[in-house]
Ligand binder design. Sequence first.
Ligand code: UT7
Length: 398
Amino acid sequence: MRYAHIVGWGCYLPEHVLTNDDLANIVETSHEWIYTRTGIRERRIAADKESTATLAFEAAARALAIANIPSPKVDLIIVATSTPEYIFPSTASQLQDYLGATRAGAFDLSAACSGFVYGLSMAANAIASGSIDVALVVGAETMSRVLDWQDRGTCILFGDGAGAVVLRGSDVPGGVLASTLRSDGSGSNLLSLPNLSRNPVPIYGTTYANGHHKQTVHMNGRQVFRFATKVISDSIEDVLEKANLSMDDVSLIIPHQANVRIVETAAKRLNVSVERFFLNVDRAGNTSAASIPIALCDAIQNGRLQRDDHIVFVGFGGGLTWASAVIKWDVTPPEVTALRRNLRRARYVFARARTRILRLGRQFVAWVGGSPTPEARLKDADKKTTLPKSKIDDDHES
Ligand code: UT7
């Protein structure tokens, strides 16, 4: 029997801080309203040059450093995100490349704010089955790029950031003991982020569809609030039953960081003190799939986790989805020497150089063979599918 242990963790928050007072200059709101309704004081906003993949890289590199595992030893990379730069390639593939994790499979996971716990469960099961040994599970988001900054009901809640854990297989019992994943798509209209493919495009010979969808987060806050308070308690009870544990065995619950009031209400339903929940939503806001691993890092930093503690992760969000995992925290991070740290950084620089060389190599082969480069193919395809301007205007008018 193999057990999936968390052996490394890391998080990254962009430098730029957006306070509630800053938000009051953008929409009609106030620090008082935001803080009393949500518990949020500030959130971080990614710089122009940052992307979900670069945030993921920073968190993942830190997690691998603590685990002291070189990136080529990683078998699987899962990035939970609702804000990938591309539908494909996946952010996970970008991350695999940045890390030089040359033996890893990589894919993105879409389960909104529950995504990290979903990913953890998938990876832990793959390790327990013996099919892989080392997995990197990352939650990474640039929510600031998909918000309607005129909608005060949503733009005050979210922030950017990334968190990661490394899981490793071991014969020693412990690690991820149980998980439970759930979904209720009937609530998909309560919290959503429409994609480009929701908007029919004009193709020659077809009519234009009306209703184009704004590609920003839409939310029915009150309904999501109600859903969240119910599923947190149900999901925790479910997963503890699966692991044959009771609430008394749990030292700390790390919930998705959405709103302090949601957690207070859930704590009442569970009949436990709110102190048993770890909260850092005040400083990071709601970072969606990244919020649980970021909170995990803060909890470790604040000395809230002791060896052999049982901890519970609980996520909830769009889908609707919700998920919990119970973990035996039996981690002793290995000593990492400065030499190893520097070697790892050098490996990442080498990985970037390797990518450039591979791309140049492909271009050269295409040039020698006389076949168009991928970029030229795209331009050519664009020419073939672009409608004459006059035709577009005609269609609009009709
Ligand atoms: O990852 C999961 C993501 N989603 C969530 O966690 C969201 C869960 N829901 C919530 O956290 C809360 O519903 C919110 C914080 C979003 C809103 O709090 P609420 O207590 O449910 O407020 P509400 O939507 O019922 O609005 C109450 C009032 C309204 O004014 P009226 O109609 O009573 O005059 C809103 O227009 O507050 C107004 N309001 C605001 N006022 C100042 C809504 N947003 C703001 C704002 N600043 N930012």
